[in-house]
Design a protein around this ligand. Structure first.
Ligand code: NAD
Length: 484
């Protein structure tokens, strides 16, 4: 990886108990740079045996890690954070090369990812407990908080850095040890985090990384009784599979799953703000985010105006490799993603929608697609029912607030929702009526380490970030002291 200043950040091995290892079988998985379609490197295709070894290493490291003071764990996390910031250029580049997003966005993800490490280093010092007034005079009751134990961390390709730190930082801060299984499409960002964790002095076995195809690794994580918790970000399909698989050994679960975010523009909205918000929410990461606006609902009286303004902004976007200056939409992750986007657009066009943006110049390569704005979207279209996960902005027309809310809530998903209005009364009414875990009013950006992130309904269980994030990795133990 000649492009990196610090070439040691590019590792093509997994990390188990402090040792960088290949697969016992010698098998590898090729990682493709989506901008070129060429192999950028290879990682071991590990299976059940390596996963078991990683779980054992995490279990061996657990007692000593748990025994460290909160301040000691916090200091190691602070050092890890500082190293991420120091290497933001290399980490960002590596992320763009394996995932595709524009370089500035990739560096933004590194800073966002690092922010969780900083935040949970601070939270480590605030893991308290509490006392409970005793029902009898000769007793005292205290509630202790203890780490859950070994955690399996399974993450997606769309945020290869931040989805890991959002889980690993609170786990480590709480005193847990982890086995990470990054996406097979984007393992290098995870491995670079492993290199920096070693340099930070985080002890061997506290962070283990197994790479490879998911089935065998996932089966071992689900079945192994030493793993006390699984934290997963990814599709609802795999999330429910993990839930079933974790049932036999009754593991704790945190699930951050798919979304189908509504983005509602009321007629009393500031349209400039709404267009800006739609650009941020819909087109960041080429539309490949779980919280990105999937259905843009616009009130009839401002529909044409909003559509024209949004289309003008989208026409000015530039599609190309994420490393090229000025590019706003990088390649999609793979050809299956392109096929899904095309399927959704073709279905919408066949059912009466219309593309109002002008065609973009696309670079050579099978993984590029043009950003489009579609008018005339309706709830019977595929893009209304499932995440498109691409730069497609379908505009739905509505007449009344009740109608908008019915469409917005008419989905089994409940991750993020956005709406734009200048009315105070409407703000509260709509915010309270939306059945989603996160709601943005007059903003398209809701991801920050300081606020709880997570969904309701089929978008998941639990919360990440904020004070709530660390509780996911802590058990309560009530301690009754009698005979006083
Ligand atoms: P995915 O579910 O296909 O894969 C996610 C991870 O699960 C990957 O590491 C994959 O290898 C692994 N996996 C797949 N099959 C498995 C199995 N049988 N056992 C164990 N692990 C298995 O999702 P993806 O395509 O990588 O990511 C996109 C999805 O993630 C979208 O649905 C998106 O909405 C969701 N997502 C959600 C959030 C959130 O915070 N809610 C954030 C980012 C992405």
């Amino acid at each position: 990886m000649s492009e990196l200043k610090d070439k040691m950040l590019f590792r093509e091995q997994g990390l188990i108990g402090g040792h960088w290892r290949s697969a016992a079988s010698g098998k590898v998985v090729e990682v493709i740079n989506p901008a070129t379609g060429k192999v950028m490197g290879m990682v071991p295709d590990m299976g059940g045996d390596e996963t078991r070894a990683a779980i054992e290493a995490a279990n061996d490291a657990f007692p000593a890690w748990k025994q460290k003071t909160h301040g000691e764990r916090a200091a190691l996390l602070e050092t890890w954070f500082a190293l991420m910031i120091e290497h933001v250029e290399d980490l960002g580049l590596l992320l763009t090369l394996e995932q595709g997003k524009p370089l500035e966005e990739a560096k933004g993800e590194i800073r966002y990812g690092a922010s969780f490490v900083k935040w949970f280093a601070e939270e480590a010092r605030r893991i308290g407990g509490h006392t409970i007034p005793s029902p009898t005079p000769d007793r005292r009751i205290v509630v202790l908080k203890e780490p859950v134990g070994v955690c399996g961390i399974i993450t997606p390709w769309n945020f290869p850095n931040a989805m890991i730190t959002r889980k690993v930082a609170p786990a480590l801060a709480a005193g847990c040890t982890v086995v990470i299984k990054p996406s097979e499409f984007t393992p290098f960002s995870a491995l670079a985090l492993g290199v920096l964790a070693e340099r930070a002095g985080i002890p061997a076995g506290v962070i283990n990384i197994v790479t490879g195809m998911p089935a065998e690794i996932g089966n071992e994580i689900m079945a192994n009784e030493t793993v006390r918790k699984i934290s997963f970000t990814g599709s609802t399909r795999v999330g429910s599979l993990l839930m079933r698989g974790a049932a036999d050994s009754v593991k704790r679960l945190s699930l951050e799953l798919g979304g189908n975010a509504p983005f509602i523009v009321f007629e009393d909205a500031d349209l400039d703000l709404a267009v800006e918000g739609a650009i941020v929410s819909k087109f960041r990461n080429g539309g490949q985010t779980c919280v990105c606006a999937n259905r843009i609902l616009v009130q009839a009286s401002v529909y044409d105006d909003f559509a024209a303004r949004l289309a003008a902004r989208v026409n000015a976007m530039k599609v190309g490799p994420g490393t090229q200056a000025g590019v706003t939409i990088g390649p999609m992750i793979n050809e299956a993603a392109i096929a899904k986007i095309n399927r959704h657009v073709e279905d919408a066009l066949a059912k009466g929608a219309e593309i109002i943006t002008t065609p973009h110049l696309l670079p050579d390569g099978a993984q590029y697609t043009a950003p489009v704005v579609l008018t005339g979207a309706t709830t019977g279209m595929q893009l209304a029912v499932e995440e498109t996960f691409g730069p497609v902005a379908p505009l739905f027309r509505f007449e009344t607030e009740e109608e908008a809310l019915a469409i917005a809530n008419g989905t089994p998903f409940g991750l993020a929702a956005y709406f734009y209005t200048e009315s105070l009364k409407r703000s509260w009414r709509v915010a309270e009526a939306l059945e989603f875990g996160m709601v943005g009013l007059n903003t398209g950006a809701i991801s920050t380490e300081v606020a709880p992130f997570g969904g309701v309904k089929q978008s998941g269980l639990g919360r990440e970030g904020a004070q709530a994030g660390i509780e996911e990795y802590l058990e309560l133990k009530s301690f009754h002291i009698g005979g006083l």
